[in-house]
Design a protein around this ligand. Structure first.
Ligand code: ADP
Length: 320
């Protein structure tokens, strides 16, 4: 029997990572090309752990777009949902940690190919085959990909998929914080599973705390699972019937890029094969221990995609 499919929707781009740390973007001596984009990272996190995943999104018909498509293919991600735009370029991001600790971002998106995906270009057949349909919020920022995103959610839901949402706030991309909050919350009630980080919880609720009463402001009766990730501390989970926390495993982190995507991919990879975990606290805690481990492993290596663990690495890590 074929494994159930996770379909991940949204952006894929190239992160240009400075070859020196603690310098401003203008002072960077050079850059390394790192494939990224949260939805694409999640799809690869799933396949690396032995699951089945597809990516739906648009790439530029340029050197970068072809490089990204081949990375998805090499990782066994179903690629029939990828559309190439001959008139637009693949999104690029320059992200650096300056000496003062501030993160500096610069994006090539004026507009980039991912923002130009249309409803008509959606691979409806592929999306209809999703057991879980996963997405972020960057694709809500502009048309036409906003309409494509909303339509894809509808197609997946009508076909009976679970909807999984990681808003993955990238504040510098939004016109304003208010706009980001409104748009992120506008699709809140459609999701079955939502994962936010502690930083996003504070941003969305306006409260400087990750206590349960604050998390509950993001709870909806329509939700099956709400997750709050807490970096090196692990994660909290909330369902209609139970709630709790699962601690992460301590590691020496060198680069936290992709930890959240590794966490989501690992969690979806397990839930897609056993949805009863959403009603079974013991099973769910076991899955979150696994997801925490995959997040933790990803922080011990540079980059996002190269750092995502396979099943054997994850199991070995859990048995230490
Ligand atoms: P995001 O990347 O979305 O900000 P987090 O940083 O909260 O997400 O990381 C996601 C998950 O990865 C955490 O819930 C935790 O399980 C694991 N993780 C992240 N950083 C560390 C760390 N330094 N040590 C151990 N586990 C970590």
């Amino acid at each position: 029997k074929e494994e159930a499919l996770v379909v991940s929707f949204g952006e894929m781009l190239i992160d240009f990572v400075p070859t020196a740390s603690g310098v401003s973007l203008a002072e960077a001596p050079g850059f390394l090309k790192a494939p990224g984009g949260a939805p694409a990272n999640v799809a690869i996190a799933v396949t690396r752990l032995g699951g089945r995943a597809a990516f739906v999104g648009k790439l530029g018909d340029d050197e970068f777009g072809r490089m990204l498509a081949s990375i998805l293919q090499q990782n066994g991600v179903v690629d029939s949902g990828i559309v190439f735009d001959s008139g637009a370029r693949t999104a690029l991001a320059f992200v650096t940690l300056r000496a003062d600790g501030e993160r500096e971002f610069m994006f090539y998106r004026n507009p980039s190919a991912d923002m130009l995906l249309t409803e008509a270009e959606l691979d409806r057949d592929l999306i209809s085959r999703a057991a879980i349909f996963h997405y972020g919020s960057i694709s809500l920022i502009t048309e036409p990909c906003r309409s494509a995103h909303l339509r894809a959610m509808e197609i997946a839901k009508e076909a009976g998929a679970l909807l999984s949402y990681d808003p993955n706030l990238r504040l510098p991309l939004w016109p304003s914080p208010e706009e980001a909050r409104d748009q992120i919350m506008s699709i809140w009630d459609q999701a079955d599973i939502i994962k936010v980080s502690d930083v996003e919880l504070e941003f969305l609720t306006g409260e400087n705390s990750v206590e349960d009463d604050v998390a509950m402001k993001l709870w909806r009766p329509t939700l099956k699972l709400l997750l709050i990730t807490l970096g090196d501390k692990g994660c909290k989970y909330y369902t209609k019937d139970f709630r709790g926390m699962v601690e992460s495993i301590q590691v020496k982190a060198v680069d936290t890029t992709g930890a959240g995507d590794a966490f989501v991919g690992a969690m979806l990879r397990r839930i897609v094969t056993d949805q009863s975990a959403l009603q079974d606290e013991k099973k769910l805690r076991e899955i979150l221990r696994f997801a925490n481990a995959c997040g933790a492993i990803t922080t011990t290596k540079k980059g996002a995609i190269p750092a995502l663990p396979n099943e054997a690495e994850a199991q070995e890590f859990l048995q230490r």
